[in-house]
Design a protein around this ligand. Structure first.
Ligand code: AVI
Length: 349
């Protein structure tokens, strides 16, 4: 009996055993998706919980439906939104600094499918030390868009294997994939959107899933003058406002809700004590909203705030102690010319 089970198991790939289904798009492009999860059910449930609290909130991970991801790309091209340009500046000069740490067989693993511009800069560096490259974007939302196809068309020796899942599950998936070392990247200061305890858990989880020869490259936004931060999240074109309000439109579309977007406004403030931008949607009148798939109706009073995002800004001491406390050794830290942003290369202790 045991051997029969073993035989059945051997006929399945490791990924299938982890509950993933493989979907092939073209020769060098495929993705793995968990066989069973209803993302709508989880979304509906989380929204039910967080909008029924006395302090209402919506998790920032829900910003990124197709429209939200497109608006985020628009944010990245705003002159006020310095993190994108600062990080790109560091990546453009990273080649000679990163190459000494690479060998000829690294995989590139990206947590959150970043803009293909930044990914390309890293792919170019990796191709300086190896002939073939496997790139694993991990994201809960649609990662295999046109940009992945364009990457495959532009790099002959590149294979893209997307994992459509949470970062944590995606890393579990990669850990079981093969024995090659990974350069795991978490760019854009997305880490800043976690609360402190969530962030520490996340770093520890990455650390435990890393192999001893894996490298971790994380982009972090640094503390700076409040007015620069304020302007970055209150841009003159109102793109950040559009991004923030879109989460209500997403709830309307996917959870059959009736938020009237005209009855809300974007509100982003810098909390100096906590070193973070806090983003909210302010209700402009007393209103009653029904979210059918979450099975709830909620009342909002005039000026009531729905918290939608924290974006933490870090000091170098904080970064170093967070890395130490999650068993990372800092290898290098690179900065842009204005010292607005840092890219940190770390490895497992
Ligand atoms: C993705 N994340 C790091 C962005 C940030 O700056 O916190 C999201 C964002 N929110 C408003 N503008 C950009």
């Amino acid at each position: 009996m045991q051997s029969k089970i073993r035989k059945i198991m051997n006929n399945k790939s490791k990924q299938e055993l982890l509950g993933y289904q493989s979907h092939s798009i073209q020769k060098n492009l495929k993705y793995f998706k968990p066989a069973k999860t209803s993302t709508t059910a989880t979304f509906a449930e989380e929204i039910r919980n967080t909008l029924q609290q006395s302090k209402k909130s919506i998790n920032p991970k829900f910003f990124y439906d197709d429209t939200g991801s497109k608006i985020f790309d628009e944010i990245c091209s705003l002159p006020e939104y310095y993190p994108y340009n600062a990080e790109t500046e560091i990546l453009e000069k990273i080649e000679q600094k990163l190459l000494p740490y690479l060998s000829d067989e690294f995989h590139l693993v990206e947590l959150g499918s970043g803009s293909s511009v930044k990914t390309r800069l890293l792919i170019d560096v990796l191709f300086k030390s190896q002939k073939y490259l496997q790139y694993f974007p991990i994201d809960i939302s649609d990662i295999l868009d046109q940009s992945a196809k364009n990457l495959c068309a532009d790099y002959q020796n590149l294979t893209v294997t997307g994992v459509v899942d949470t970062f944590e599950n995606g890393l579990d998936f990669i850990e079981n994939y093969d024995d090659k070392p990974n350069l795991i990247t978490f760019l854009g200061s997305s880490f800043g959107n976690f609360d402190r305890s969530e962030g520490m858990l996340f770093l520890k989880k990455i650390n435990t899933l890393m192999k001893s020869n894996d490298l971790f490259l994380i982009g972090l936004d640094l503390k700076k003058d409040g007015y620069i931060l304020h302007n970055a999240y209150n841009d003159t074109k109102n793109t950040t406002a559009k991004f923030n309000l879109n989460v209500l439109q997403r709830i309307n579309n996917e959870l059959d809700a009736n938020f009237n977007l005209k009855h809300f406004e974007h509100h982003a403030v810098y909390n100096e004590e906590k070193n973070r931008i806090e983003m909210y949607l302010r209700s402009l009148s007393e209103q009653f909203v029904t979210i059918q798939k979450s099975d709830i109706s909620i009342t909002l009073s005039k000026n009531e705030l729905i918290h939608t995002e924290n974006s933490h800004k870090f000091s170098i001491n904080q970064i170093e102690s967070s890395l130490r406390n999650s068993n990372f050794e800092k290898v290098e830290m690179w900065f842009d010319s204005k010292n607005y942003f840092t890219l940190v290369l770390a490895k497992k202790i």
